[in-house]
Write a protein that binds this ligand. Structure first.
Ligand code: ZN
Length: 432
């Protein structure tokens, strides 16, 4: 089949006016003009999207789909308050609850034009539920609050797919110690060594809040008791989180999430050693952490990705809104760079750019059509006018998930199950 529109943004090349993408099975086989592809493949069906831009499925490089049912439960507040509130519901929810929440989150991703995620998971149920809806990417098993010696055992008890490294053909798994105040230095180092030895991607929340910066600088502040409880081997290193990770030997090829409170020289360290930085500017605002130092990271040459973080600290899984927030923080960013951060650069940070992030023959057929109206500037229009409501069609792995503005599968059960999880989470939050 051929998917066509006013414009195609292949990412790997210049925008194509009256462009089209040809899909066979689960893969892209050709990208070009509609006229050229239709002439070369006269028996193919053609699906046109008027006044749209066709792009690769967007990459939401940091989210927690398991928390999607918590949408609206925790109002914007300072980070330390928020994290103390969220632990109750998280402990009370079961793996089935997380799976139901993840299916809902995956649905929200599709509706927003996201087909690839870097997701933080607690076990195999949530990734499986997300993969069922067609979402691909990397699912990071989160480890925290355990001694380093228990890493392998804990991963095994949560069914970490340690044999193959893959959940299925579209998803990979990775490992993520949560953060310096919940995962001690021994655990961070052991998880990093394990990931390096077995070629898993490794992600960690880095320098998200001032509270974290205070803890690392002098062992003080509102995160001190959390660190004492969950990371007993933690000692304030007197440096920022990036330098702390470097000292542990845990910065190489690391996916560093947030990086809001950077110390002098740390942007350069990230650019030199980390795989990339995932920026989540709307979540940073929600938790009163301030804007991330985007210009500093850009000038240092760091590879950048965008994430929404979870629906417990954001209103929507909307990468267009995230991109506009990024531009507001760093107006010097070009539209072309922002588009790359939403697609191929995000895929590079996750280590999945061989399969995702651009429209090229041989890649997974993850394709979105977004209504932007009539335009001569498809990149600018995509970024400034793109919205989830404008997402007309979504194809993942060659399968229609959203077609001409309607979901291509039944969603009612997914929404009902998530609503039930929301009730349970709200009860846990209120101490019931
Ligand atoms: Zn997060």
């Amino acid at each position: 089949m051929i998917i066509a529109s006013d414009w195609v943004l292949p990412i790997s090349g210049a925008p194509i006016r009256r462009g089209a993408v040809r899909v066979q099975g689960s893969k892209i086989t050709a990208v070009g003009t509609l006229e050229g592809l239709a002439r070369a493949n006269p028996t193919d069906s053609i699906h046109e999207h008027p006044e749209c831009v066709i792009a690769p499925g967007l990459v939401n490089a940091h989210t927690h789909l398991s928390l999607s049912s918590m949408l609206g439960l925790l109002p914007p507040s300072d980070f330390a308050t928020w994290i103390s509130q969220i632990s109750g519901p998280v402990q009370r929810l079961s793996h089935d609850d997380f799976a139901d929440a993840s299916a809902f989150g995956a649905l929200e991703c599709l509706r927003s034009g996201i087909t690839v995620v870097g997701d933080i998971a607690y076990g195999p149920e949530a990734p499986a539920a997300a993969a069922d809806t067609g979402i691909g990417g990397v699912f990071f098993w989160e480890v925290l609050g355990i001694p380093a010696e228990e890493l392998s055992e804990t991963l095994a008890s949560h069914d970490f797919p340690s044999e193959s490294g893959a959940c299925d053909g579209r998803t990979l798994c990775g490992i993520s110690p949560h953060a310096p105040y919940t995962s001690g230095p021994g655990l961070i180092k052991a998880a990093h060594d394990y990931a390096r030895a077995w070629h898993y991607s490794f992600a960690i929340h880095v320098a998200e809040s001032l509270a974290e910066a205070r803890l690392l600088a002098g062992g003080e502040g509102p995160l001190r008791s959390t660190a004492e409880r969950l990371a007993p081997d933690f000692k304030a290193p007197g440096v920022g989180t990036v330098r702390y990770l470097e000292g542990l030997g845990a910065l190489t090829d690391t996916i560093a999430v947030h990086c809001v409170q950077l110390m002098p020289g740390e942007a350069e360290l990230l650019a030199a050693h980390a795989r990339g930085v995932v920026l989540c500017p709307r979540s940073n605002r929600y938790l009163l952490n301030g804007p991330p130092p985007v210009a500093q990271l850009r000038l240092a040459g760091a590879r950048l990705a965008l994430g929404t973080d979870s629906l417990a600290s954001n209103d929507t899984l909307d990468l267009f809104a995230e991109a506009r927030e990024l531009l507001a923080v760093d107006p010097e960013l070009t539209g072309e760079r922002v588009l790359r951060i939403m697609t191929i650069e995000g895929a590079q940070v996750l280590g999945v750019d061989r399969d995702y992030g651009s429209l090229e023959p041989g890649k997974h057929a993850d394709i979105i059509a977004v209504h932007v109206g009539d335009t001569d500037d498809p990149v600018g229009a995509f970024i400034t006018r793109g919205t989830p409501a404008g997402v007309r069609s979504v194809i993942t792995g060659g399968i229609w998930r959203l077609i001409d503005g309607r979901m291509a599968f039944l969603t009612k059960e997914i929404e009902q199950k998530s609503a039930r999880v929301a009730v349970k989470a709200a009860r846990a939050l209120n101490g019931a």
